[in-house]
Design a protein around this ligand. Structure first.
Ligand SMILES: [Cu+2]
Length: 351
């Protein structure tokens, strides 16, 4: 990540994948934790219990009080350890991340080129900073997810999440016995940073949910209403649709607009179950391009509407939008196929 400023990294911030498996994994973890109750101290959401000989930290986390708010940071961002220490990353979910150390000279890919790094490249021994070491996209499976790297050579090691380029971390390895962080210090700093990012995300969600929906009057007397697809801040993604207007009338139009830093879909399931976030169906526009006349029985998918990024070079609003004609009164519920585990869903009530 050397040479990549936060701003540059953010400009490419986007995501291409999230995984239903995540929800399953979390459910499995919860069941497991309940089953072996008492073997490990119960800790508040996302906190890290101490393991002797290992320094552990968290890779991302959703707000324990509001699943829509995803913190896209390592907690804490920077740690200092003594040579010989094993560092363990815990993927607390539900949004997926990677821990990826690139060898010197290799630049991280842009998020839409990151697929080759979704599979892990685990360390083959102590890490000395020369090779690619990559957790792969996690959490993905039913097992509790951790990723460990043992550092034997003093130095500074930067890493990144390949689908969230603003999400960067640093491990400083020192030979000086007095300078390494304790687990307690790491956990405490992670908690402090978490509180800061949660404040930022909660404020952003409040802005999103309290704004008046943008609308335009059409020549035929109907109204086009605009629904924002989430909002992105420097350290968080708010994975929620702005509230649909209360007074949609049959014949009005609803246009979804992605002004956020992540790709999203608006998908009316029409009674079927949601395709998995890693399914090719996520990107398939069904039944055809915008605009579409909505009905309550059929499956409609906008496909992936791209993020409003990078600044100055984002796709035009038309490319980030999709319009539905709400022809009949009724209730129409929709989800974002990428962000179901973060509760990204909404509904339109038409009279
Ligand atoms: Cu989404």
């Amino acid at each position: 990540m050397q040479g990549l400023t936060k701003e540059e990294a953010l400009s490419g911030r986007s995501r291409r994948a999230a995984w239903v498996a995540v929800a399953l994994a979390l459910a499995a973890v919860a069941v497991l934790a309940a089953a072996c109750g008492g073997s490990e101290e119960e800790t508040p959401a996302g906190q890290v219990p101490t393991t002797p000989g290992v320094i552990a930290l968290r890779a991302g986390l959703n707000d324990p009080q509001d699943v829509n708010i995803a913190v896209l940071e390592f907690l804490p961002q920077s740690i200092t350890v003594r040579t010989g220490t094993t560092v363990e990353w815990r993927f607390t979910g539900p949004e997926p991340h990677t821990v990826t150390f690139f060898p010197p000279g290799q630049q991280p890919p842009s998020p839409d080129q990151a697929e080759p790094f979704f599979a892990p490249t685990p360390p083959t021994g102590p890490y000395d900073g020369t090779a690619l070491v990559n957790s792969g996209l996690q959490p993905l499976g039913p097992n509790p997810v951790t990723f460990q790297v043992t550092f034997t050579r003093a130095g500074e090691y930067n890493y990144v999440c390949v689908i969230h380029p603003g999400m960067t971390g640093k491990v400083t390895v020192t030979e000086n016995a007095g300078q390494g962080d304790t687990q307690e210090q790491v956990t405490q700093r992670g908690d402090q940073e978490l509180q800061q990012w949660l404040q930022e995300g909660r404020a952003a969600k409040q802005r999103l949910m309290s704004q008046q929906p943008r609308r335009t009057a059409n020549p035929d007397g109907t109204t086009t209403w605009f629904v924002e697809m989430g909002i992105t801040t420097e350290h968080t993604d708010v994975l929620a649709f702005a509230p649909a207007p209360a007074t949609v009338r049959a014949g009005d139009r609803v246009t979804f607009v992605n002004d956020s830093g992540a790709p999203h879909t608006a998908t009316f399931l029409g009674g079927r179950s949601a395709p998995s976030p890693d399914s090719p169906e996520v990107g398939q526009v069904v039944p055809g391009p915008s605009p579409q006349v909505l009905n309550a029985q059929s499956y409609f998918n906008t496909g992936l509407l791209p993020p409003n990024a990078p600044p100055g070079n984002a796709p035009p609003e038309t490319a980030r939008s999709f319009t539905f004609v709400v022809a009949q009164p009724g209730r129409y519920t929709y989800v974002c196929l990428l962000h179901v585990p973060s509760g990204m869903a909404g509904s339109i009530e038409a009279q």
